[in-house]
Structures are given as structure tokens and as C-alpha cells.
Design a protein around this ligand. Structure first.
Ligand code: GLY
Length: 361
């Protein structure tokens, strides 16, 4: 694929090799030449890629590096306070530039830090996981978790640029690729039936550098939606398909000091929410079975006791899409088309949880 670009709001997303698509020239351009550069990353990305990153781009030779512990359990206020203090020590000002180099935790948290420090610094995202490339790094949602509640504290703030280079995916463990792939399936399910069919044939053990066209396709779906509804007043809610139940499952794990890949939770959430869509006679039986088979073949089973449903369900009450205290779902009316602000009765929500735990029941 040739180098490609997408834009939304004031943000530009560039796809392709970082060296070839003008990263160094941009950092040395008048817009950023005088800015101090601060790279926020995690320990895994630091070990795998930092030497290559710094040595490849002259503009980064003098950059300060802030290295954070990896994992969703670290996407919390306490870590932000450490980073804000480090920025103060480095005497970072409004004209300086933060570069978030990592997965979804780094782009969410780093974006939030940039957006709030001294009322806002510019930032660039260089996402290194499939999940952050197809979802988290694009669209301006930044934030952190609050206890078991995902992304409860945050602001909308757009990166000046997002650079998507599939080379970084080559060092990802398979579980991380599966995690990002769930968000790609979601893009097909909510917006593009043809793309969903194409995605079903992706071999997740193939070289991810060959997936750049699909990554582009996913981001293009998201870019169209966030251009229409940046602040999630309307159809951006469709991007939350699978996330109402998915976030509650993730929250349950966080509460129990365990972390599961976000994409697994989204996959289980999409199963449950497709089941609800079927039972509410929005989605037909054939399409439901196609989704069910695809997800069950690609993802492990959710391993919690049935009794845990009583602990997971209350977490739905703090979902950000809720309206006037009522849980509000995004559902499917067919593959490739979603409908938001759907009220679902409590008994059906319980049935959906039971379905993902015991599919044969
Ligand atoms: N991850 C969903 C969104 O950005 O709206």
C-alpha cells in the first residue's frame, strides 16, 4: 500500500513506514522545531523499540523519555500525578510536544496528560499495538480508569498527528493481535458488511505488516463516524457496540486485581449484545449465528462463575452512554448496521450474560 493519509477535525493520520512518511521532517518543521520533545512510553515498548525510535529520528536525539509500567491497571490518576510532576521538573511549557509511543493505555493516558498539563500541550500518537492503531489512538478520546470503571475521567482532545506503522505490530504477542482484531470486527459489524466478510478470512498468524489495508479500512470507518459526531452525542455511540457489557466484564476483572485483554472483553460483549439484538428482533437468526460462530471460533470462552453475573451487572449502571440512569445499548439491526440508545430489560441482560457463559443452555 502506498503511504496514505486521513484527516478529521484538526488531526492528520498517516499510514505507512514512519521513516518514509515524513515523521522526522515534521518534528523539525517550524511548528515543532523549537519544542522540547517528551516521549511517553511503557517498559515493554521501551525495551523493544526505543533504541530504534530515537536513533532513527534526529529530532528525537534530545528527547526526554518517560517510561511507565505497562497494563490497564496503571491507567490511573496516581500514574498521571507522577508524569505531571516529571513534566514540571523538565520545565515543559505550552509550546512543547508530547509523543505517545505505545499501546492504548499510553495513548489514552498520555493524551489525557497532554490535554490537561498547563491546560493543554500538543501531542502526537505513534501507536504500537493493533488495538491502539485501529481504535484508541484515533478520535480524540483520552482518559483514565476510576476503580472498576473504565475511562471515567477524561477529555476529548485530538492528537495533532497519528502515525500508524504496522512494523511495530511484528513484535506483538498473538493475544495482543487478537485483542485489536476484535475492534476491527466491530467496525465491520456496525458499518460495513463487506469488510466484516473480508476480516473473517484474516490469518492472525500472518505477518501483520500485510494488514495495513485492513487497518486503514478500520480507521477510515472510525474517522467517518468521529467526523460526523466527535463528542458522541449521536452515531459515535455505535462505536461502543460490544463495550457496554465488555467494559463491565473488564471492570469486574480490574476489581479482582486481574487484567484481561480489552479486545477479549469486547468480543464477549459483542456476543452478548448480538444475542440481545436477536432477542429484540433487530438481528435475524442467520446473521446472529454467523457472528456467534466467528467470535466463538476466534476467542476463548469467558471463564467466570455464573454467580459473578450479579457482581458484573451493577457495573453497567456507570456506563457513559446511560441516559437518565437508564442503561443504553448500541445493538445491531443487521451485519453492517447498528442502532444506538436502545433500552434493554433487566431480564434480557441477565439472559445475555448466561448465554455467553453457557452457550448450549
Ligand atoms: N473507542 C470508541 C470511540 O472512540 O468512540
Amino acid at each position: 500500500m502506498n503511504l496514505k493519509t486521513l484527516t478529521y477535525n484538526q488531526s492528520e493520520i498517516r499510514f505507512g513506514n514512519l521513516t518514509e512518511n515524513g515523521f522526522d521532517a515534521l518534528l523539525s518543521s517550524p511548528r515543532y522545531a523549537q519544542s522540547k520533545k517528551i516521549i511517553i512510553t511503557d517498559e515493554n515498548v521501551y525495551d523493544l523499540w526505543m533504541e530504534d525510535f530515537i536513533s532513527s529520528f534526529e529530532a528525537l536525539h534530545e528527547a526526554e523519555i518517560i517510561q511507565l509500567p505497562p497494563g490497564e491497571e496503571n491507567k490511573v490518576l496516581d500514574i498521571c500525578q507522577h508524569v505531571w510532576s516529571a513534566l514540571s521538573e523538565y520545565e515543559i511549557g505550552r509550546n512543547d510536544l508530547i509523543i505517545n509511543f505505545g499501546g492504548g493505555v499510553i495513548t489514552d493516558l498520555g493524551g489525557f496528560i497532554a490535554a490537561t498539563f498547563k491546560r493543554g500541550l500538543s501531542f502526537i500518537n505513534v501507536p504500537t499495538t493493533l488495538l491502539s492503531q485501529v481504535d484508541a489512538s484515533v478520535g480524540g478520546k483520552t482518559g483514565i480508569d476510576l476503580g472498576p470503571y473504565k475511562n471515567q475521567i477524561g477529555v476529548f482532545a485530538d492528537a495533532d498527528y497519528v502515525f500508524i506503522d504496522a512494523r511495530y505490530l511484528t513484535t506483538l504477542p498473538p493475544i495482543e493481535l487478537e485483542s485489536g482484531y476484535a475492534e476491527m470486527l466491530k467496525h465491520g459489524l456496525i458499518a460495513d458488511a463487506k469488510y466484516w466478510k473480508e476480516l473473517k478470512s484474516i490469518d492472525l498468524s500472518s505477518n501483520p505488516e500485510t494488514w495495513l489495508d485492513s487497518i486503514y479500512h478500520s480507521v477510515a470507518i472510525k474517522q467517518k463516524i468521529v467526523t460526523e459526531d466527535h463528542l458522541e452525542k449521536s452515531n459515535r455511540k455505535n462505536l461502543n457496540f460490544g463495550h457496554t457489557i465488555g467494559h463491565a466484564i473488564e471492570g469486574y476483572y480490574l476489581e479482582n486485581d486481574a487484567v484481561i485483554p480489552h479486545g477479549y472483553a469486547v468480543a464477549w460483549g459483542m456476543l452478548a449484545e448480538s444475542f440481545i439484538s436477536l432477542k429484540m428482533e433487530l438481528l435475524n437468526q442467520n446473521e446472529f449465528e454467523e457472528i456467534n460462530d466467528t467470535i466463538r471460533n476466534r476467542y476463548p470462552k469467558l471463564e467466570v462463575e455464573t454467580a459473578a453475573i450479579a457482581e458484573i451487572k451493577p457495573l453497567l449502571l456507570n456506563d457513559k452512554k446511560n441516559v437518565n440512569g437508564e442503561i443504553s445499548f448500541t445493538l445491531l439491526n443487521k451485519i453492517g448496521s447498528a442502532i444506538y440508545n436502545q433500552k434493554v430489560n433487566d431480564a434480557l441482560i441477565s439472559e445475555a450474560f448466561e448465554f455467553i457463559l453457557n452457550p448450549e443452555a
